[in-house]
Write a protein that binds this ligand. Sequence first.
Ligand code: FES
Length: 257
Amino acid sequence: MTAEPRPAALALFPDDVATQLEADTREVIARYPDSRSALLPLLHLIQSVDSFVSPRGIAWCAEALDLSRAEVSAVATFYSQYKRKPNGRYTVGVCTNTLCAVMGGDEIFGAVSEHLGIGNEETTSDGAITLEAVECNAACDYAPVVMVNWEFFDNVTPASAISLVDDLQAGREVTASRGPVVQDFRAVSRVLAGFEDGLVDSGPTAGPASLVGLEIAREHGWRAPAYPGAPEADPTAGTEAVGEPGSSADHQEGTQS
Ligand code: FES
């Protein structure tokens, strides 16, 4: 029996990478009734290999999903999480939307930009950090917020942001305010492709400021209206504080390591 020939686009990758990529791709595609639905996670998978949506990655997605390269590119260029040039090990996203900007987001972005010597969507020469001004992260209760590879750092100041990027550049471990020890861009991209790293429940997921509404509702006996077929909500659920604000963060104001 002769082995099936390897798909042409995989020849663009080193052999060991191609073997793993092909196996992972098959696993992702098998999750969906229509293989085209696998494109978004596959683009993350490509970023876990190349740190961006590379031309060879586009070629592989197209071949694996029976799409044209133009179709794959059209999707990849629509979403800002898909990178069009090699990304740093850490994407440092400074929120500069309205509330964070009012609370100092613009100042933080300027301070980090000047400190690193790079502008928006640029990467430090050591490949450590890609700086981005990002849209609202729905974390306004802890504004101004910075995200590192999509993990939250709350109540940031220019000084704590600079300390944070210094730690990242030096290869020191950093822990998100409400999340795990931050993993590098390729590792996080693999998680986004659907391959768990076991860190999903690490660290607190919400802080007191996010739970104030629930506390007020509980004090007043307010309940969310039921909708047909849903079990009745437990009014006490989710109201336990999960740590003082920023208790797990090493980069809160005045607590930089
Ligand atoms: S405006 Fe920054 S998290 Fe909402």
